[in-house]
Write a protein that binds this ligand. Structure first.
Ligand code: MMA
Ligand code: CA
Length: 175
């Protein structure tokens, strides 16, 4: 229901590719049959999204899907876990995305690391592709680490704190 068109097309393309000889003798599907397949897939995807929401594993925010496995890990392990799942660490780029991540932080009552790191200039942070932050939500008087706190965590009110990277925080990924 909240899937972005891009992701939907990825899933759709992949699934159709895998459909093994749907019609007898591997004939291509006609328009009607194709529409039926699309309807079935849409239905299945929204069922699965419903299950994941019910289990509080995904929150939508328009385009991006944020997801958690409910586990905790340090920053490097979080990066690895998200990458292995085919995503990346949650990186809020606007208030709506920040809220979507906050949903998990609140419900699991656990801070989460975000996809930002301190740059070579102490106290200046950037997103992981090296670009500077276009959106920030620092807690008052943060960042405070002055080169000693290279990672960023989200508090249970949604504000950010620069923090050492070796703590255990809720794993939240984006897809
Ligand atoms: C801790 C640590 C810092 C944070 C301050 C805020 C004492 O250090 O979490 O990252 O800035 O608390 O008081
Ligand atoms: Ca700090």
């Amino acid at each position: 229901m909240m899937l972005s068109p891009r992701l939907f097309h990825k899933i759709l393309g992949f699934t159709l590719f895998l459909l093994p000889c749907y019609a007898q003798d591997c004939l291509p599907l006609n328009n009607n049959e194709m529409e039926g397949v699309v309807r079935q897939l849409e239905h299945r995807i929204s069922q699965l999204e419903g299950v994941l929401r019910l289990k509080d594993m995904v929150t939508g925010s328009g385009g991006k899907i944020f997801a958690t496995n409910g586990k905790k890990a340090d920053y490097d392990t979080t990066l690895k876990t998200c990458k292995e799942a085919g995503g990346s660490i949650a990186t809020p780029r606007n208030p709506r995305e920040n809220d979507a991540i906050l949903h998990f932080v609140k419900n699991f009552n656990t801070y989460a690391y975000l996809g930002m790191k301190e740059s070579l200039i102490p106290g200046k942070f950037q997103i992981l592709d090296g670009n500077k932050l276009s959106y920030t939500n620092w807690h008052s008087n943060e960042p405070s680490g002055k080169g000693e706190e290279a990672c960023v965590e989200m508090y249970t009110d949604g504000t950010w704190n620069d923090k050492a990277c070796n703590k255990n925080r809720l794993i939240v990924c984006q897809f």
